[in-house]
Design a protein around this ligand. Structure first.
Ligand SMILES: CC(C)(COP(=O)(O)OP(=O)(O)OC[C@H]1O[C@@H](n2cnc3c(N)ncnc32)[C@H](O)[C@@H]1OP(=O)(O)O)[C@@H](O)C(=O)NCCC(=O)NCCS
Length: 234
């Protein structure tokens, strides 16, 4: 599969390339990004080059995983990364620290969902994020994902374990607006129907009080730039 572009009037998603290495390396110094993803720590040029070669290029070539860089129209600057894995139908993403809070990832996830469903590539799209990753949950919630519950992550964390994740799902017919039922997202992006407690849903394992504020080491489930020591996620 050759990389293709997804675009809206405010955003362009293009496969990242070698010219983006400095921006990727820069973003991956961020503590928040490190905390909520499995990017290698420390992270340098060789990690970004590995990511471009093994995740981005191989993913497009095999059709296994599609990865785009977020750019604003007319700007060459890479401001984030979003990826969708076809086999597990799940998305992963990060936004560079200086570009956060401007709706970039909400727009990018909407574009990816439009593509996935309009082209019939996927019948559902899954998001999961480390319990306590309020900003990531806010993005999924904005796009219309339905919160499903808490369970072990699909993909291993840095320590090889399966960290606790919030999980949500989007289907083609779903309204693209915030749905009730999400945990309290730290007082921001919170909407109607905040649950008093977490609930089981569709096979998602409930593990009790996930609202305890505990932030456990966790991967980006999509392992956008994997620790080389980790096995490939299924
Ligand atoms: C999660 C992330 C990708 C969001 O990117 P972004 O481009 O800032 O996303 P948007 O601007 O579209 O939306 C961010 C939403 O999160 C909210 N948000 C940001 N920080 C938050 C926080 N600490 N607590 C709660 N909500 C928060 C914003 O207020 C915004 O919601 P709003 O529009 O209702 O105000 C970015 O914060 C990031 O890269 N984090 C580190 C890596 C990561 O966690 N990746 C996801 C792994 S599952």
């Amino acid at each position: 599969m050759l990389p293709f572009v997804l675009a809206s009037p405010t955003l362009e998603l293009l496969a990242p390339s070698a010219a983006d290495v400095p921006a990727i390396v820069d973003a991956c110094q961020d503590e928040t990004l490190r905390r909520f993803t499995t990017v290698p720590v420390p992270y340098d040029r060789s990690d970004a080059e590995f990511f471009l070669r093994r995740i981005v290029d191989d993913g497009w070539a095999t059709g296994r995983e599609f990865t785009w860089g977020l750019r604003r129209p007319g700007s060459g600057l890479l401001e984030g990364i979003i990826s969708v894995r076809l086999r597990s139908s799940d998305v992963g993403f990060w936004t560079a620290p200086a570009s956060r809070g401007r709706g970039l990832m909400t727009g990018a996830l909407s574009l990816v969902a439009d593509w996935a469903f309009e082209g019939g590539a996927l019948r559902e799209l899954f998001w999961e994020g480390y319990v306590g990753n309020d900003a990531s949950a806010a993005v999924a919630r904005h796009v219309g994902f339905t919160y499903q519950g808490v369970g072990p992550g699909l993909h291993p964390g840095r320590d090889g374990g399966r960290p606790l994740c919030w999980k949500a799902r989007l289907r083609p017919g779903d309204e693209r607006s915030a749905r009730p039922g999400w945990p309290d997202l730290g007082g921001r992006s919170a909407g109607p129907g905040r649950p008093a407690e977490y609930r089981d849903a569709d096979g998602v394992e409930s593990v009790g009080d996930a609202g305890d504020g505990v932030r456990r080491p966790s991967p980006d489930p999509h392992a956008l730039a994997r620790d080389r020591s980790l096995p490939e996620a299924p």
